[in-house]
Design a protein around this ligand. Structure first.
Ligand code: ATP
Length: 273
């Protein structure tokens, strides 16, 4: 785990996302069944699970993009079902989302993409939105001249950073990242992980990150949650994952690929035994 900036013990920490008894399905296909999950302020939570197990469905349900059949979702201390329309709008401004593949609008420049949430939720003059967009662009490590580029003119890594800049447009407390390093080469992915950790440390962000990337899980995530059998099978530190007896978890975290990744704070090339 990220020892230099390790977050305090969970019992002292504020829960920013609390999911209880969540059930989501499509027709006869029950994808999530009575699922519980907590995310704590200031942590980077890595969310993993086999392909098709429901990671995106969970994220989309938490973001109210999909309906649920049962369960409650408290986010930043509020129950979405019980807040007024104004409070809901306020809550929305405190959440940032980076969808898989970036999901930038192709007809808009990077700057215009970043300004979209500002236009929707804030009432700011254009010059101020321009300044804020440039600030976000530099925050995610892009050159200023990326502002006027269209998504088709960006590399994969630049697209991820631009999408992250848009997710940060409203200075959120909690950001949801859906496979942020997929499609990036290992160096680009490692740089993106570093950026996420830096933003967490400097902005105090809480990060919910769906990922298949073992490097991300080993290097920047404070805690990991594994989705399987329609619920959270296990959640905790990497050591908790390594101690877990579930077959999928064992294969994933103790397999050949995992064994080749050095763990922070452990010497040697092959520390996961
Ligand atoms: N809008 C939808 N309508 C019907 N079924 C859906 C819908 N969205 C997802 N599903 C189903 O829900 C299940 C979980 O899908 P989901 O995309 O959440 O998996 P995932 O864990 O994110 O997979 P991956 O790692 O491959 O992205 C799949 O069986 C999928 O077919």
């Amino acid at each position: 785990m990220n020892e230099a900036s390790a977050a305090p013990a969970t019992q002292e920490r504020e829960t920013v996302l609390s999911v209880r008894g969540l059930t989501v399905g499509f027709g006869d296909n029950i994808v999530l069944d009575n699922l519980d999950l907590d995310v704590y302020r200031g942590e980077i939570l890595g969310f993993v699970g086999a392909s098709g197990v429901g990671k995106s469905v969970l994220m989309r349900t938490v973001l109210r993009l999909l309906p649920r059949r049962a369960g409650s979702i408290r986010i930043l201390g509020a129950d979405y079902d019980r807040v007024s329309e104004t409070e809901r709008m306020n809550l929305d401004t405190r959440l940032g989302v980076l969808f898989q593949h970036g999901a930038l609008f192709s007809a808009l420049t990077v700057k215009e993409n970043i300004q979209l949430p500002m236009r929707e939720y804030l009432d700011l003059p254009q010059w101020l939105m321009d300044e804020l967009a440039y600030l976000k662009i530099s925050l995610v490590g892009l050159d200023r001249d990326a502002a006027d580029k269209y998504p088709s003119e960006l590399s994969g890594g630049m697209t991820k950073r631009a999408a992250l800049a848009r997710a940060l447009a409203l200075d959120p407390d909690l950001v949801f990242l859906d496979e942020p390093t997929s499609g990036l080469d290992p160096i680009g992915a490692a740089e993106f992980d570093e950026l996420i950790a830096q933003l967490r440390d400097t902005l105090g962000l809480t990060v919910y990150m769906v990922t298949h990337d073992l490097d991300s899980l080993f290097s920047v995530c404070d805690r990991i949650a594994v989705l399987g059998q329609k619920r959270v099978l296990v959640e905790g530190t990497l050591d908790d994952m390594l101690a877990c007896d579930d077959e999928w978890v064992k294969t994933y975290f103790r397999g050949k690929r995992a064994r080749s990744i050095p763990r922070p704070g452990h010497s040697g090339d092959n520390p996961v035994k």
